[in-house]
Design a protein around this ligand. Structure first.
Ligand code: ZN
Length: 161
């Protein structure tokens, strides 16, 4: 079964590949706005993958805080008593290495490239800052969240360690 997060990521990929497949001057010109609208709507509702992680963590009995502002980068899910943090990253926005969902739309790469590069370097800085404060950080990617049972296994392996 495909998760909602996976579905939204796929839509990014589908959009990019349909652009490539139907190279037509007019359509091509129309795509950037459509892609941009889609991206911004994903960003606003980008907490869906995070919600699925929270749901599983809660069901397993782990208690956590979300979006804790007093920590570097306002981490997504914080397990204070275990000194552990889970960051849930969308594959496109955070450029999951080697993931097909991380492919930028070919159009307007001059617009997206720098933004995405900033996201990636910011993620690295935040992780270092958290680790420097003694937090263990697990990054989960949107494409990895389709299967609740493997997600459970990963959460247990990380949180119980
Ligand atoms: Zn991915």
């Amino acid at each position: 079964m495909r998760s909602r997060s996976d579905h939204s990521s796929n839509r990014i990929g589908d959009t990019a590949s349909s652009v490539d497949a139907t190279v037509c001057e007019n359509k091509f010109a129309d795509v950037p706005d459509a892609v941009r609208r889609r991206m911004s709507s994903i960003r606003k509702t980008g907490n869906k993958p995070e919600m699925s992680v929270r749901k599983v963590a809660y069901r397993l009995g782990y208690r956590f805080r979300v979006n804790q502002r007093n920590l570097p980068g306002t981490p997504d899910i914080v397990f204070p008593s275990r000194r552990k943090i889970i960051q849930v990253h969308g594959c496109f926005w955070h450029q999951h290495p080697g993931c097909r969902h991380s492919t930028s739309p070919r159009v307007r790469s001059e617009y997206w490239g720098p933004k995405l590069a900033r996201n990636v370097s910011r993620d690295i800085e935040i992780r270092s800052a958290l680790e420097a404060q003694g937090w263990a950080v697990l990054t989960l990617w949107g494409c990895e969240l389709g299967d609740d049972s493997s997600l459970e296994a990963r959460l247990i392996a990380f949180l119980a360690a």
